[in-house]
Design a protein around this ligand. Structure first.
Ligand SMILES: [Zn+2]
Length: 248
């Protein structure tokens, strides 16, 4: 990519701590190296800003960037084109209601908000939740970055731009069947290990299942094998195989 800014010089000790997050533990040496390079390029290309008295630290910036770059580890940073800003609140935040409209803005209905993704605009996070590396299977960073991928071809609708070796019909059939099943189970209180928020809309279903794909691949692969397969094709990674290899 011509005109790309020089990579940000990651603090080495902090990067080792970032890589030690459970989310990254299964990565092989080559993948970890590429994640490091992508993260450094991402930080250089984007603008991080803090509000409400938050002081930006290397740790916060690195961890959000690295988690976001995991999604595009085999896709490239071009998938995050068309926007630049990441706004960080110290903690959960209440969005300006006046900005809520029909213009493609995705708002989280969980209150208070942990993250938000604006079409063509910023990503917004609670730094306390985004930089923590939670181990409960939920991951607001993966969630909002997945919305960004979904928005690349228009509004967030659960259908990101697919690769040439994928078929829209297969994606649509797979996801709508799984979504219908999930909503029926959620109605009965049977949603299990996957966040019930996925029942909110097809866009949220894609974002929440992307969290599961990276955080709890075995659970997703067991619950919805065809969805796991579509996500494996889309992200061009296999977190289940990676975690199996890492633990054997
Ligand atoms: Zn969402």
């Amino acid at each position: 990519m011509s005109g790309a800014p020089a990579a940000y010089p990651l603090d080495a000790a902090e990067w080792r701590a970032t890589l030690a997050l459970p989310l990254f533990a299964p990565l092989g040496a080559e993948e970890a190296q590429r994640l490091q390079e992508l993260t450094a390029q991402f930080i250089a290309a984007k603008q991080f800003s803090a509000v409400q008295g938050l002081v930006l630290t290397e740790r916060i910036v690195q961890r959000i960037a690295a988690q976001g770059c995991l999604l595009v580890l085999n896709l490239g940073l071009n998938w995050y084109r068309g926007w630049r800003e990441i706004i960080l609140y110290p903690d959960a935040f209440v969005p300006q209601r006046s900005y809520t409209d029909e213009a493609g803005v995705v708002h989280e209905t969980r209150y208070p908000y942990l993250g938000e993704a604006w079409q063509g605009g910023p990503l917004i996070f609670s730094a306390a939740d985004a930089a923590g590396g939670a181990e409960d299977g939920a991951n607001v960073v993966i969630h909002e970055f997945a919305h960004k991928l979904d928005m690349l071809d228009g509004s967030a609708n659960g259908l990101p731009p697919l690769h040439g070796d994928m078929r829209v019909a297969a994606w649509a059939e797979t996801f709508s069947a799984a979504y219908d099943n999930f909503c029926r189970r959620a109605d009965l209180g049977l949603e299990g290990a996957i966040d019930a928020y996925a029942a909110e809309s097809p866009a949220e279903f894609f974002a929440v299942l992307s969290e599961a794909f990276f955080e709890r691949p075995a659970i997703l692969a067991q619950a919805y094998p065809p969805v796991y397969e579509q996500l494996r094709l889309f992200y061009r990674q296999d977190p289940l195989a990676r975690s199996t290899q890492a633990s054997s």
